[in-house]
Ligand binder design. Structure first.
Ligand SMILES: Cc1cc2nc3c(=O)[nH]c(=O)nc-3n(C[C@H](O)[C@H](O)[C@H](O)COP(=O)(O)O)c2cc1C
Ligand SMILES: Nc1ncnc2c1ncn2[C@@H]1O[C@H](COP(=O)(O)OP(=O)(O)OP(=O)(O)O)[C@@H](O)[C@H]1O
Length: 349
C-alpha cells in the first residue's frame, strides 16, 4: 500500500474514505468498503484488482484511498500527545489487509483546520486528490470548527459531480460478547461503534467486547528487550516487550494471550504460542516503570530482538503487590492454569 503525506506523489484519481480511522474498527471497515475495488469488497482480500484489468476495459484507474489526519486532530488542538489503538505501522497493515491501495496523511495544522467545508472539498478532495467518489459515516464532520456535516459534504461534492456514500451508523448491543450478531444498525438502542468506545472497554479490561467491536483481537506489536531477568529465578521467564510509545495500553493486569513470532522482513507470523501477559509496574519487585511482559507456555529459547504480536484474549486479574517473590510465583502458577482453560475453551468454540 502506498503511503503519502504531501500533495506530491499522490496516486490519482481516487475513491476516498474520510476520517481518523484509529483502530480500523467494524464501523470504519463499513465506511471503507464502498471505495474498495469490487473483488476486494467481496473477499476483503489483500491484493487489489489489477490496474491492467481496469485499463483493458478503457476505464480510468481509480485508487482506493483512505484519507486521514496526522497528527490526530485532538492532539493538534490540545497540544497533548495522544495514544492510539493503531499507531501508523499497524494502521497501514490493517488497511492493506482490507485491500486499500493508498493512505493519505493530511498534515493537520492551522491552515488545514481553518479550511471551510467548501475549501476542503475544492482544495483537498478535488484539486489534490482528483476524487471521483467519497465514503463517510453518518456522523462525519469536517471543515473549520467541524462545521460541515455528512449531508453538507454530499451537497458540496454534488457540485463537482462526486457521489458521496453516507454509511449508516454501526452500533452495538453490548449484551452478547460471544456473538457477532451484536453488531447492528439500530442507533436508538445501541452504542455507536467508535474509537472512544473501544478505548473505554479496553480501559475496563473488557477484552472480549473490545475484540468484537474491532472485528479482530486487540494486539500489541513489539520487539523483545532485556528485563531485570528476575522472572527466570522464579521459574517464569518472560519476554519483555518494547512497544511503540504511542500505543494505547489496556487496563493494567494479567491477560491470557496468543503470541505470534513475526518474520523480520515481511511481518508474516511464523509460529503461534499461548501464554500469560502482565502489563504494569511490577510493585512486588518495586518496579519503577510500566512494562509489558509475556510468559509463553511450554517454550524455551532466546527471543531477544524478535518481533512479537500479542493478541489479548481475556483479562484475568489486576496486578497486585505480593509480600514475597514466592507468593507471586504461586499466583502466576494459578494464572497459567486459568489462562490455559480460557485459551483451550476459546479454541474449542
Ligand atoms: C503472568 C504474570 C503475572 C504477574 N503478576 C504480577 C503481579 O501481580 N504483581 C507484580 O508485582 N508483578 C507481577 N508480574 C511481574 C513479575 O514481577 C515479573 O515477571 C518479574 O519481576 C520478572 O521481571 P523481569 O522479566 O523484568 O525479570 C507478573 C508477571 C507475569 C508473567
Ligand atoms: N460506527 C460507525 N458507523 C458508521 N460510520 C462510522 C462509525 N464510526 C465511525 N464512522 C465513520 O468512519 C469514518 C472515520 O471515523 P472516525 O475515526 O473519524 O471516528 P470514530 O471511530 O467515531 O472515532 P472517535 O470515537 O474518535 O470519534 C468517519 O467517516 C466516521 O463518520
Amino acid at each position: 500500500m502506498w503511503v503519502a503525506s504531501s500533495s506530491e506523489g499522490l496516486l490519482t484519481p481516487t475513491a476516498v474514505a474520510l476520517g481518523k480511522f484509529d483502530g480500523v474498527h467494524l464501523g470504519h471497515q463499513r465506511v471503507i468498503q464502498p471505495v474498495l475495488h469490487p473483488c476486494d469488497r467481496l473477499s476483503v482480500a489483500s491484493s487489489p484488482q489489477s490496474k491492467e484489468n481496469q485499463q483493458q476495459t478503457n476505464q480510468e484507474y481509480i485508487y482506493s484511498t483512505v484519507v486521514t489526519f496526522d497528527p490526530h486532530p485532538q492532539e493538534f488542538f490540545t497540544g497533548q500527545p495522544r495514544t492510539l489503538l493503531t499507531p501508523l505501522d499497524e494502521k497501514v497493515q490493517q488497511l492493506r489487509s482490507l485491500g486499500v491501495e493508498q493512505l493519505v496523511l493530511l498534515p493537520f495544522d492551522k491552515e488545514l483546520s481553518a479550511l471551510t467545508p467548501e475549501e476542503f472539498v475544492q482544495k483537498i478532495l478535488v484539486q489534490q486528490l482528483q476524487c471521483q467518489r467519497i465514503s463517510i459515516g453518518q456522523d462525519f464532520c469536517f471543515g473549520e470548527k467541524r462545521s460541515g456535516t455528512a449531508k453538507d459534504l454530499q451537497l458540496i461534492a454534488a457540485k463537482h459531480n462526486i457521489p458521496v456514500t453516507i454509511v449508516p451508523l454501526q452500533t452495538y448491543t453490548g449484551d452478547s460478547p460471544t456473538q457477532s450478531s451484536c453488531v447492528s444498525t439500530n442507533p436508538t438502542q445501541d452504542a455507536r461503534i467508535s474509537t472512544s468506545l473501544i478505548r473505554q472497554t479496553l480501559e475496563q479490561g473488557d477484552i472480549e467486547n473490545a475484540n468484537l467491536l474491532l472485528g479482530r483481537p486487540y494486539t500489541l506489536f513489539g520487539v523483545v528487550v532485556q528485563g531485570q531477568q528476575l522472572g527466570r529465578t522464579i521459574g517464569f521467564p518472560t519476554a519483555n516487550l518494547e512497544l511503540p510509545k504511542e500505543k494505547f495500553l489496556p487496563r493494567q493486569g494479567v491477560y491470557a494471550v496468543r503470541v505470534f513470532t513475526l518474520s523480520e522482513t515481511s511481518n508474516a507470523a511464523s509460529s503461534e504460542s499461548l501464554g500469560v501477559m502482565n502489563i504494569g509496574n511490577r510493585p512486588t519487585v518495586n518496579g519503577t516503570y510500566s512494562s509489558a511482559e509475556v510468559h509463553l507456555f511450554d517454550w524455551s529459547g532466546d527471543l531477544y530482538g524478535k518481533k512479537l504480536a500479542i493478541e489479548l484474549v481475556k483479562f484475568l486479574r489486576p496486578e497486585q503487590k505480593f509480600p514475597s517473590l514466592e507468593a507471586l510465583k504461586t499466583q502466576i502458577q494459578l494464572d497459567c492454569v486459568v489462562a490455559k482453560e480460557v485459551l483451550s475453551a476459546e479454541w474449542e468454540q
